[in-house]
Design a protein around this ligand. Sequence first.
Ligand code: PLP
Length: 377
Amino acid sequence: MTGLFSLNYGLERFTATTKRVTMKREIGRLLNPALKNIATYKVEGGQHAEIKLNQNESPFDVPMWLKEEIIGEFIKEPWNRYPDILPYRGMQAYADFLGISPDSVMMSNGSNEMLYTIFLACLGPGRKVLVPDPSFSLYEKIALLLQSRIVRVPMRPNLDFDTEAILQTAHDEDVDVIVISTPNNPTSKSLTFDDVRLIAESSDAIVLVDEAYIEFSRQRSILELIDELPNLVVLRTMSKALALAGIRIGFAIANPLLMAELAKPKIPFASSRLAEITLIQVLANYSLVTDAVLYILHERDKLFNELLSIEGVEPFSSDTNFLIIRVSDAEAVFQSLRHEGILVRNVSGYHLMENCLRFNIGLIEENRRIIEKLRSL
Ligand SMILES: *Cc1c(COP(=O)(O)O)cnc(C)c1O
């Protein structure tokens, strides 16, 4: 039974080499050849823990009074009717919030969905995308799916961006797209505003700047240059600082001419009525966000200093809502923390990040617990 049914069992489970080879060839013929280079997305350690610090979420849920307000509005919506093809209400609200034209803004079902849309618009067989390494793994996954070439530019050993190498490689390789997460996941480091500008100015490529963590950054957003730089696209998410990871809201911002093209592959009706209402309400109560960000920045600095004092733990200075530490045996520390109900992310597999762990800032008590545990190890 090497037919389609075997798909359910996952290729890994076939141990007999010959059988595996036959299987792969048969199934491979039916599917996108790029799939053989792509792994199923997994979150190591799962998504549940007493102290969950592994997905860079906000530790603060939306308060109950605001959830009730949102639900009260959502109830009045016609659930049997499609939402708008594109979520114009949400896009208008975010454009107003940013003080820009709604033509420059596109809303998506999480920024991951927007990444797919933008890459579909920009990539394809034979096209080239420059990605600093390490960076957000989804970039490479989508590029591989679209059978594009990935040009990796390593970070410096201290995990800082290597701007000169990015500029040089973009030029030498004549890339079509440059995608930069700044501040970057998983390194927690940023490019300066001037370096982002320099990269976008120096290249003819589409420069996609993923600002998922911009609210926590010491650098200001590159958004203000959207009208000046016709090749610049900024990506935003409501999953981190805005504490809406469960509702799925992302945005792209670009000049209207480029945006009209980028939006062509977009899945119609991808944002729900609930997402639009939630966004509008949270933006109207934005002091909740600024208060949470102030708390996180304060705790981040406090934790960083505490980590410095723990022997065998080397923290990296962070520009995000998470911290990277290097330990002597990341897997052992990961498991010890897990045993205590503390879930972090083992990012040791990334280039230059051997024996590194990543964890986001949590509630005061959660932060105290992780420090205490790290100290005891
Ligand atoms: C968390 C994160 C996102 C957010 O993705 P959503 O689909 O909006 O939840 C985007 N980019 C990076 C680099 C991230 O770390």
